[in-house]
Structure formats: C-alpha cells, structure tokens
Design a binder for this molecule. Structure first.
Ligand SMILES: *Cc1c(COP(=O)(O)O)cnc(C)c1O
Length: 432
C-alpha cells in the first residue's frame, strides 16, 4: 500500500518514504491511499490474542507488499516491549490503559514504533538522521525515551525553560548519549518557530540529515490503531464506543482508520477540554480554529488540531460523515477535577486529567445509551500530572519506580536564547 498527500492524490509514496519525510512535499499530510477490508482478520483475533500478535498481523496485512514478514516482526518486537492493559470500572465502562510504556503516555506507542522503523530503514540504506523536535512536555519525553541509543540517529529536543513539569524535564534531560536537550529561554511557540526555521534553512538541510518525529508523522499514527483493535476484543457488546481524550486528534484518527479497515465500533467520542474546536464543528458545521486556551489537561491544549486535515480528507469535507462516526463532548477544568475525585472515591482508581475528560464524556454517553459499552483511552499515568492529581484527590498518586529514579538524576541541558541563528550555529558545530 502507498500513501498519498491530503492535498494531492498523485503525490504517492511508499511507507518508508512517508515515514522518513514526515510531511508531504506539498505541505499536506500523508494518509493511506486505500482502505483494505480486514474484517476477517479482526474476527480471527480473540480476547486473549497478545497485543504484539495483533500488531504484527495487522501491519502485515496493511504493508505486506512493502515490508517482509521478518521486517514486520522485528519492528514490532523492538518497538512494543510494553502493552496496553484493561481496567474494568463497571460492566459497560472500561479504561484502556496506554501508559505502561517508557514515558508513561500513549505517545510511547507511536514514538517507539517510529524509532524502531527509522532505525531499521536507515540501517538498510546507510543513512543517518538528525531529529529536531520542539516540545511542551509529553511529545518530547516520549520521543527522547523512544530514540535513546538508536543507531544512526541523533535527537535534539527544544523545550521552553521553566514551562515543562519537573518530571517531564527530567525525562528530557537525563538520558544523554544521542539525546540532546536544548533549554530555550522563551515559550513553546519560540521552540516551534526555531524548529520550523531550521527546516526551511537551505544550508542546514543541505549539510544535515534533518528529520522530524512529530505527531503528524504517519509512522506514529499507524501503530496507534493497533491498541484499538486489541481493546475492542476485550468486550462482546455490539454497541461499542471509544472515548478519546483529544488535542491534535492523532489518537482519534488512528481509531477511525481501524474502523475503516473493518473494526466494529459504533462511535468515537472526541473528548476535549475548553479547546473544543472539533465538538463545535460537529454542532455548527463550521470549522473555526483559534489560538489555544490553557487548561489542566494541557497536552490537549490545541487550537488548530493538525489531524483535522486527515479526517477531512477521509470524510470528503462532509460534516455529516464526521457526525456518523464522531460525537463531540467538552469538559471544563472544574468538571475534570470532580471527575478525578469521583473515580478515586468510587473505584479507588487514579486518573490523569486528560483521561478524566474522556471518563466524564463516557459517563454522559452512558446516560443516553445505557446499553452501550464505552472504553475510555487512558492517555497518561496520573503520576505525570502530580500537581493536578493532588489538587483533585488530596493525595499524591503512586509514582512508578522508573519515574522515581529519574527525579534523583542530574539534569543535562544547554541553555539557549530563542534565536534561530543560535540554533543553526549549534547544529552546524555539533553535528557535522
Ligand atoms: C498528546 C496527548 C493527548 C492528545 O492526543 P492527540 O493525539 O494529540 O489528540 C491526550 N493526552 C495526553 C496525556 C497526551 O500526551
């Protein structure tokens, strides 16, 4: 199967090119050229089929014409040394825990697969890559952990000084080896601008093998569909709904892809915080991106969701097709905190603020359709958002061992002014 640009169906490339290139040359996003029917494959899986087997067989069915069975198995086994888990809160309400990977967020699935695929493809061609990425927290930590010690790949992460949580900063700055953290004396927007300008700089792109690992990369999107397939197998209810805490809508788009391949899902809930551009679009039919608002579920503070372009391409600009597949729900900060408290009191279970947005949206749906099963995607471990969890439930969440270890490690970062010239000098000096 090939992949085409959302802006031009004639711009068609293979998986390897889409993944190494990131963005299509016309500025569009890569998306699958066709939608194979995998209904029979999905039927052959059972509740106890391991996540890795589901991933291998699905990837083979999608890309068997480009990747050998051996390559597929290598990519999957290197990427997924962790798996999703299920916690059943009630008979028809469950939590799909996606935070058991190295950075404790669902982004690990995409980032680890991308890292293992890039390493494999580069190894075959004797090329190198220098990955440049800007982060406000979660993306950077997933990318850093995923690419750590990968052959032929260097990673430079730009983050805004003093504006990522202490734990996230440790995740970015304590690895060393092929991971470099640049602490920018500015905002996340400054970091993003510096990265964008580096990609537009002719001298830099000529001299360095620049590449990106951001969430629009197809190599992060495709593997995210695998946990939907695994999760769906955990319930027999025919009226089945996924509730997806959403920001850039990569996660939700991956679920929609799985549905187009034949996964039996009634609806997806686009669960957002005050950045409710998509829920608003579903109601009004008017898509109005705007600047983002700060909320407690800050990994979803996105005012112009980049994957809207992919969904719009899939649904042919037709809001009714969106409505047939997606329900919008918006949750305020106040409601987020009370949902976290409710779940802790009733089930003795801790939610991160993003997952709480998904949980409350699921509850609302169950009021309307009590016979459905709603599975909430849990996008991060509560310990990653210590301060918010404490505020909600009045106690410190249990911190996983490997995060505790991090807190005592020494931070190593290079402080830099928010200047593209400074970044350029740095890159030319260190990576030629
Ligand atoms: C990135 C992120 C989200 C949003 O995911 P999208 O794919 O951008 O919609 C939700 N929760 C957490 C914890 C995240 O890190």
């Amino acid at each position: 199967m090939n992949f085409i640009s959302t802006r031009n169906p004639d711009l068609s490339v293979d998986f390897q090119t889409a993944l190494l290139q990131g963005l299509a040359s016309d500025g569009g996003l890569f998306c699958p050229e066709k939608f194979p029917d995998l209904t029979q494959l999905f039927k052959s899986f059972t509740k106890s089929t391991p996540f890795n087997s589901i991933s291998e067989e699905t990837l083979s069915s999608l890309l068997g014409d480009t990747l050998s069975k051996d390559t597929v198995n290598t990519l999957i086994s290197r990427a997924f040394f962790f798996a999703p888990r299920i916690t059943q809160l009630e008979n028809n309400l469950s939590i799909l825990e996606l935070f058991h990977g190295p950075s404790h967020a669902f982004k690990d699935f995409g980032a680890c697969f991308l890292a293992s695929a890039m390493e494999n493809f580069l190894g075959n061609t004797n090329k190198k890559a220098l990955i440049l990425t800007a982060t406000s927290g979660d993306t950077g930590s997933a990318v850093a952990q995923a690419f750590y010690k990968k052959n032929n790949i260097n990673v430079v992460i730009l983050y805004p000084s003093g504006r990522v949580s202490p734990l996230q900063e440790k995740q970015l700055t304590t690895l060393g080896e092929n991971i470099t953290a640049l602490e920018i004396k500015g905002s996340f927007d400054d970091c993003q601008r510096m990265v964008k300008e580096a990609f537009l700089d002719d001298e830099l792109t000529a001299k360095l093998p620049l590449s990106s690992a951001n969430s629009i990369n197809l190599g992060r999107l495709i593997p995210q569909s695998f946990y939907y397939i695994w999760g769906r197998k955990q319930s027999d209810n025919a009226n089945f709904v996924f509730s997806v805490p959403s920001g850039n809508f990569g996660n939700l788009t991956a679920g929609i892809y799985a549905k187009t391949w034949g996964l039996p899902v009634t609806k997806f809930i686009a669960a957002t915080n005050a950045n409710d551009i998509v829920p608003e679009y579903l109601t009004s039919g008017i898509y109005a991106p705007r600047s983002s608002r700060l909320t407690l579920s800050n990994a979803m503070d996105v005012g112009a969701p980049s994957n809207y372009e992919r969904l719009n391409h899939l649904f042919n600009n037709d809001v009714n097709k969106f409505r047939m597949n997606i329900i919008g729900e918006t949750v305020s900060d106040k409601e987020t905190l009370s949902a976290m408290k409710e779940v802790f009191t009733r089930f003795n279970y801790e939610l991160c603020p993003h997952t709480a947005v998904g949980y409350l949206s699921a509850r609302r749906h169950l009021c309307k359709e009590p016979d459905s099963h709603v599975m909430v995607l849990s996008t991060a471990h509560p310990a990653k958002f210590l301060e918010v969890v404490e505020q909600a439930i009045g106690k410190t969440p249990i911190i996983p061992e490997n995060l505790l270890v991090l807190l005592s490690k020494q931070k190593k970062s290079t402080i830099m002014d928010p200047s593209s010239t400074k970044l350029k000098e740095y890159l030319l000096y260190h990576f030629i």
